[in-house]
Design a protein around this ligand. Structure first.
Ligand code: C2E
Ligand code: MG
Ligand code: MG
Length: 765
């Protein structure tokens, strides 16, 4: 810090030292020039005003702090006036320099009052009603204590002085008000207020306190009428203010530090009572006025402290009840949180963690129980087609149905997505079969959600607990069984069988190989003719995929197609097949013209249909091959398009491209004749299982007979699949079928071999 900015402080220190030395020597030596004592006072006041003024203009300080220092500056200016007034009072009564006139007293009181007011304008002083009451009570306590103390130790002992100066009241009043301002400074220092420096407040508080004590001790110097304690009181007070203002500017650059509110100050009332009690013990209560004063003061202070105590107690009670209410609320939140941690937010049933915890508990108790894993078939489609809101509503409805169907000791939990799990204790195998059968029947009842009628389908895998199991292992086994139930067509339940694990292992290995099959060139497409009845002329072909595995040889499509659908490889494989097929169709067209197959069918799985962008990909492949889309038939299964939005949309999309659509394996899935209206069907492929019984008097034969009538009415071509004998072909022709496919006519063959059949000539039987 530059020395120049310290000059006022150095000057203040010198003036204080001068006043101090002069006062102390004045005690022992009578001065010839008592007037000199007054000279430094206005000077010091003005010096301090300058320092405070500089502080009040410091740009690093906030507005409230700057305003406070402006107020202190004003106090110092007025104090300069009061000192001059005091000097006049002193000279007005010759020989008694200790006299104070009423104007001077009023100025001193005004300055202190103004200081207290300035403190109260600080933001930290925005207090509650109770705090104001407490401050009022503290002020009362301090006023009485200071009054009695000053009276007892100073004024009462020097009647001569009182007689000399006229009245003790001014000194008493100034001392009392000064102590109130000390309290105010100290309170602010303890509470802390924004940018106002606490240490500066302590310095101010100390300076005012010392000045008040010096002022109040004036009667003790009655024997030295050329001395006035103002000579030392004012320099102490002003130098303290100067120091404080100086410190404020030097720390303003630092960030204000938030400190916890100190409660030390609350001992002051008790100290006051103790002090008064001590005086009471030493006082002669009966005779003297002073004794009565002390007794009265003690009673008053005790009363104030009691009131203060009651106020504090009431405040504490109020705070305690607030804390109680907050605690109550907190407990509520805690309970809510504990519930949330253990429950699924959507369905409100137990969540995975909760379920695993219960399974662990029962396993360690050595209990026997069953764990079932439930999965909704085609739930993804509901979400994709009808939105997540409807999907969520379906999950809630399913969880309610499960919950309602179970016994009190059973646990139902949601693992996530459309997966639920059950913990079923004390059930024999037969009972479990009955329970699971009922569960499936209940969940699969039609339900109306957001105006959509849905028929949820549920697959369940179930396993029994064994010694050494973990929740993870139990869920894994239930999951394997659940997949077996799904592979078997879904809408059913299956016990876990260790053989499933082996199958699952094989599945996983084969699945991994399948992903490489396209790039390794292990796949090829064969074509099976679809012929006209009765002459057997080739009307079209169906493309069928083959996989020659390097180790296992030919793998049946019945094995690898479902596998590819499960692991997603069907997307890439299906794309490759489609490209092969359209290229082949274009080649036949080019080579054989009118003799080329009029229809080329390609199988499209549900998974492909649901894939976003599938229709666009098909369109691109058709364009790239330069083939007429009307030649290409997409064979889709009933289950793929039944009630499933994205797949149905894709089928409409294919139709819009100009392609034909065939409903494959008709009669094996959840056949619904309404499908023939909803789906733009051109061809209906009656499944082999019906064709097999066509020559007998079986119900299949009746269905085969009736189906032809329906297809004719709807202008749909019917193709009989899996024709193996001449009798079947004959019987189908009689029933009205004009198209058929089967080993009786031709087996699937390579594109080149099929090309040979397209040469003019008879089709080999
Ligand atoms: P699908 O679409 O119903 O195909 C007809 C199946 O019946 C073929 O079996 C064919 O070889 C067989 N078949 C034809 N005539 C007879 C017969 O007279 N008797 C007997 N027993 N079977 C006959 P394949 O090639 O094993 O294909 C099985 C299934 O695999 C197909 O049934 C189809 O659903 C699927 N698939 C085949 N290739 C593809 C493909 O490229 N993509 C997709 N997504 N699925 C395919
Ligand atoms: Mg087919
Ligand atoms: Mg078929």
């Amino acid at each position: 810090m530059p020395v120049r900015s310290r000059l006022p402080l150095i000057a203040g220190a010198l003036l204080l030292a001068f006043s101090g030395v002069r006062f102390v020597t004045g005690i022992f030596v009578t001065s010839d020039t008592p007037a000199i004592g007054w000279l430094p006072l206005p000077l010091m006041c003005l010096l301090t005003s300058c320092t405070c003024w500089q502080t009040s203009r410091h740009p690093g300080l906030d507005a409230a702090t700057r305003r406070f220092w402006r107020h202190v500056m004003l106090c110092c200016v007025v104090l300069a006036g009061a000192c001059i007034g005091n000097a006049f009072d002193a000279f007005a009564v010759p020989g008694d320099i200790q006299h104070i006139g009423p104007v001077t007293t009023a100025l001193y009181l005004g300055i202190l009052g103004f200081a207290v007011w300035a403190l109260m304008r600080l933001p930290a002083w925005q207090r509650s009603r109770t705090e104001w009451i407490r401050f009022g009570l503290d002020t009362g306590i301090i006023l009485i204590t200071t009054g009695v103390l000053v009276w007892h130790f100073s004024l009462s002992r020097t009647e001569a002085w009182t007689a000399q100066t006229g009245s003790a009241v001014p000194t008493l009043a100034v001392a009392m008000v000064a102590s109130v301002s000390v309290i105010a400074f100290t309170k602010v220092a303890f509470a802390g207020t924004g940018g106002l420096d606490r240490r500066s407040m302590h310095i101010l508080s100390l300076g005012t306190g010392m000045a008040a004590a010096a002022g109040a001790s004036m009667p003790l110097f009655a024997a030295r009428p050329q001395l006035n304690t103002v000579f030392i009181a004012v320099p102490i007070a002003t130098f303290a203010a100067q120091l404080a203002a100086h410190r404020q500017t030097s720390v303003s650059a630092a960030e204000p530090v938030e400190r916890p509110v100190s409660r030390r100050f609350s001992v002051v009332p008790y100290l006051a009572v103790a002090g008064m009690d001590a005086m009471l013990l030493g006082a002669d209560l009966t005779a003297s006025v002073e004794g009565k004063l002390i007794a009265g003061g003690t009673v008053a202070i005790t009363a104030l402290v009691v009131i203060r105590q009651i106020t504090t107690l009431r405040e504490n009670n109020r705070l305690l009840s607030t804390v109680d209410a907050n605690l109550q609320q907190l407990r509520g939140y805690q309970a809510q949180l504990a519930h949330q941690i253990r429950h699924d937010t959507l369905t409100e049933i137990a969540n995975r963690a909760n379920f695993e915890e219960q399974v662990t508990g029962r396993l360690s108790d050595g209990e026997n129980f069953l764990v079932a894993l439930l999965d909704l078939d085609d739930f993804k489609v509901v979400n994709d087609r009808l939105g997540h809101g409807t999907g969520d509503a379906l999950l809630k409805a399913v969880s309610r149905r499960l919950h309602d169907r179970l016994r009190a000791q059973d646990v139902v939990a949601r693992l996530g997505g459309d997966e639920f799990t059950l913990l079923l204790p004390n059930l024999s195998d037969d009972e479990a079969a009955a329970v699971l059968g009922r569960l499936i029947a209940t969940v699969q009842e039609p339900i109306l959600i957001d105006g959509h009628e849905m028929v949820p389908r549920l697959s369940i895998g179930v396993t029994a607990s064994q010694i050494g199991d973990t929740p993870g292992e139990l869920l894994r086994r239930a999951d394997v069984a659940m997949y077996a139930a799904k592979n078997a067509g879904g809408g059913r339940w299956a016990w876990f069988d260790p053989a499933m694990d082996r199958l699952a292992d094989q599945d996983a290995r084969l699945g991994a190989d399948l992903r490489q099959a396209v790039s390794r060139g292990e796949l090829h497409v064969v074509y099976q003719p679809i012929v006209e009845l009765p002459d057997g002329r080739i009307a079209g072909v169906e493309a069928l995929l083959r996989w020659r595995h390097p180790e296992h040889g030919d793998v049946s499509p019945a094995v690898f197609i479902p596998l590819a659908e499960r692991n997603g490889a069907i997307i890439e494989i299906g794309r490759w097949v489609f490209e092969q097929v359209v290229t082949q169709a274009a080649a036949w067209q080019h080579e054989y013209g009118a003799a080329a197959p009029g229809r080329v069918s390609v199988n499209v799985s549900a998974r492909q249909l649901r894939e976003p962008g599938f229709v666009a990909e098909v369109a691109a492949a058709i364009t790239a091959a330069g083939v007429n889309p009307a030649l290409i038939v997409a064979e889709v299964t009933e289950t793929a398009v039944l009630g499933t939005g994205a797949a149905l949309d894709a089928v409409h999309g294919l139709n819009a491209l100009g392609m034909r659509v065939a409903l494959d394996d008709f009669g094996t899935g959840q056949s619904s004749l309404s499908l023939l209206v909803d789906v733009p069907v051109d061809v209906l492929k009656v499944d082999k299982s019906f064709v097999d019984g066509v020559t007998s008097t079986s119900p299949q034969a009746v269905i085969v007979d009736n189906l032809i009538g329906i297809t004719a009415g709807l202008r749909i071509q019917a193709v009989a699949e899996g024709v193996e004998t001449a009798d079947q072909a004959e019987r189908l022709h009689q029933a009205g079928y004009r198209y058929a496919q089967g080993f009786f006519f031709a087996r699937p063959m390579s594109g080149a071999d099929l090309g040979k059949l397209l040469q003019p000539g008879p089709v080999p039987a």
